[in-house]
Every structure is written in C-alpha cells, then in structure tokens.
Design a protein around this ligand. Sequence first.
Ligand code: GDP
Ligand code: MG
Length: 161
Amino acid sequence: SARYNSNTSGVRERTLIAVKPDGVHRRLIGQIIQRFEMRGFQLVGLKMLRVSEELLSQHYTSLCKKPFYPSLLHYMTSGPVVAMVWEGHNVVRSSRMLVGDTNPTQALPGTIRGDFSVHISRNVIHASDSVEVAQKEIALWFQSSELIEWECCDHDNLYEF
Ligand code: GDP
Ligand code: MG
C-alpha cells in the first residue's frame, strides 16, 4: 500500500512472536494475543505448528553451542507452538518490553514473562530481538503468502502519519 512505502520509518515494522509449548499447554494464547492487541499492534500472520529441529537450528543458530541447547530443542518440540507476525511502530523494541527479560526472575511484573513464568527454561514466549533478526525469523517461519497486508480501521487514532 502507499502507507507501506511512504516516509513513515518504523510504522510498518514487523516482528515474530511465538507462544512456546508451555504457553500453549497453559492456555495463555488468548491473553498473549490480547496484550499485543491492547497496545495497538496489528496481527498480520498467525498459525499453529509443531516446529522441526531443522527450523529450530536455524532459528537459534547463535545458541547451538550453549550447554542448554539440547534441552531448549526438547522444550521447543514438546508440543505445538503458535507463531505470529505483529506489525506497528517500533514493534520489535516494544514487543521485547511487553515480553520482559529472558530470565523470568528479572522480568518485571506486568510483562508477559514477569506475569506468567518463573524459570528461564519455561519462559512462555519468543520475540525477535532486533529488526534485522525479525526479518530473518519471519522469512524462516512464514511464507510471504501467509502474511496479510491490511489497513486497521483505527490507524488514524494510533498514528498521525
Ligand atoms: P530471548 O531472546 O529472550 O528468548 O533469549 P535468548 O535468545 O538469549 O535465548 C533463547 C531462549 O533459550 C530463551 O528464551 C530460553 O527459552 C532459552 N534459554 C536461554 N538461556 C537459557 C538457559 O540458561 N537455560 C535454559 N534452560 N534455557 C535458556
Ligand atoms: Mg533471542
């Protein structure tokens, strides 16, 4: 659309959010989606899937040498995941704030991890940590045909551009 290409840096930024298997099992999908909607972000992709070790090895390339990597693989393949792409102004940075610190002990109350988790090995949700990483992760998890470009009816109440 015109807005997508116009001079509105960051407005149509996108990020990959995934409810991890513990979040799905604990029936947190709805509450997690609600927090992103409440804030004013726009959902442009959504699916439930079982993630393969192949996808995870590409997703977590920087962690593959860590001692906890085998247990991370086991955790992430222990049940279905709900993957989403959210769009909006500075959504990558804002999502990391909504999600909270990687370690739930450090995550502030009010954040998703700070409200719903106690240990780093079961921290409920994934959020891309930079714009560049978000683009890579979205391309890894979603086909472009699975991403929906649409105009939210409240755009002019969230932005002045
Ligand atoms: P994130 O971007 O906040 O998710 O954190 P990282 O990219 O550093 O790590 C990815 C994921 O690996 C985390 O969300 C945790 O699920 C897991 N992880 C990170 N550090 C540890 C750890 O020390 N122990 C265990 N068991 N899992 C960890
Ligand atoms: Mg990370």
